[in-house]
Design a protein around this ligand. Structure first.
Ligand code: FE2
Ligand code: FE2
Length: 298
């Protein structure tokens, strides 16, 4: 007997220290309609522990399993470990970084990913040492994703990224920044392991749906438009200050319909009947010794 797991996915919350309560209506809707929440990075705006605590407070009211990867903004203040720890300890979020977790009979493999561009014109490791280091970082993230996918033994499998693995879902962004939005190197392990679905964020103005060259469905769930100050996916503070912030209740109400549109829901088949699903409901476990989420507290 096969049932299904309802997965709600969204990315790029860009939570600030003044965001308390902003996401509660959206989280409440997700709580009514999903079994698992997937968060695709840029959970905070400047990667501070203060922002993480604001988000954790809102998330803690959502009584669902929550699984996430971090995004580039979560690294801005060199406190990514602390951001992860707060989200895990205060809101029960399982933060994946080249790791995997089983939730309600479905496997989730996650990594942040990295930029570098798509197709034959992607940046190559050639020339200056900093260019080689940049490409090496992209390759390392692809290897992290591969190793996480390799651990999944479940029938239903989900891949979570911040950066896009395909160009199709970044269409609509300024063409000049395509190479900053993702990397084809992330597509290779996806095609090899063929998860049921891939979720990513980061491309706020991109397309919702795409597929890899092997036909794996890819969903860009970055909130659109981005909340708060104008957002530059390259992480430029200068650009972020170029437009006035849209904080306060009015701005939040105005943005909610667009945000809800980006909260993509997918059903993932789960083996076993209702009883098996109920047994699994209160537990989700990391897959294998090496796959324990690095920031999770036992
Ligand atoms: Fe973002
Ligand atoms: Fe981002």
């Amino acid at each position: 007997m096969t049932t299904s797991l309802r997965v709600a996915a969204l990315g790029d919350l860009h939570c600030t220290r003044t965001s308390e309560g902003v996401y509660q209506p959206l989280f409440a809707k997700i709580g009514e309609s999903a079994d698992v929440l997937v968060l695709c990075g840029d959970l905070t705006d400047y990667g501070t522990s203060e922002e993480a605590r604001v988000l954790a407070k809102d998330l803690s009211a959502l009584k669902l399993p929550k699984v996430a990867v971090l995004g580039n903004h979560d690294f801005e203040s060199n406190a990514a470990d602390e951001v992860s720890r707060i989200l895990t300890d205060a809101a029960g979020v399982v933060v994946l970084d080249g790791t995997a977790v089983e939730i309600l009979g479905v496997g989730f493999a996650g990594a942040k990913g990295f930029p570098g561009g798509f197709g034959p014109r992607a940046l190559q490791a050639w020339g200056e040492a900093p260019v080689k280091a940049f490409v090496a970082a992209a390759i390392e993230e692809a290897l992290k994703l591969e190793s996480a996918l390799a651990r999944l033994r479940t029938r239903g499998r989900v891949a979570i990224l911040h950066y896009a693995p395909v160009g199709a879902t970044v269409d609509g962004e300024p063409i000049e920044i395509y190479p900053f939005l993702g990397s084809s190197r992330l597509e290779e392990p996806i095609n090899r392991y063929r998860p049921d679905v891939v979720f990513h964020g980061h491309a706020h103005r991109g397309q919702l749906e795409g597929t890899t060259s092997a036909g794996v469905p890819v969903y860009n769930v970055a909130l659109c438009p981005p909340p708060g100050p104008a957002h530059d996916p390259r992480g430029s503070r200068r650009s972020a200050r170029a437009r006035p912030p849209s904080r306060g209740a009015g701005g939040h109400e105005a943005l909610l319909p667009a945000r809800a549109r980006r909260a993509e829901h997918r059903r993932i088949p789960v083996p076993g009947g209702r009883r098996a699903r109920a047994r699994a409901l209160s537990r989700h476990r990391p897959l294998g010794e090496g796959s324990r989420p690095v920031h999770a507290r036992a």
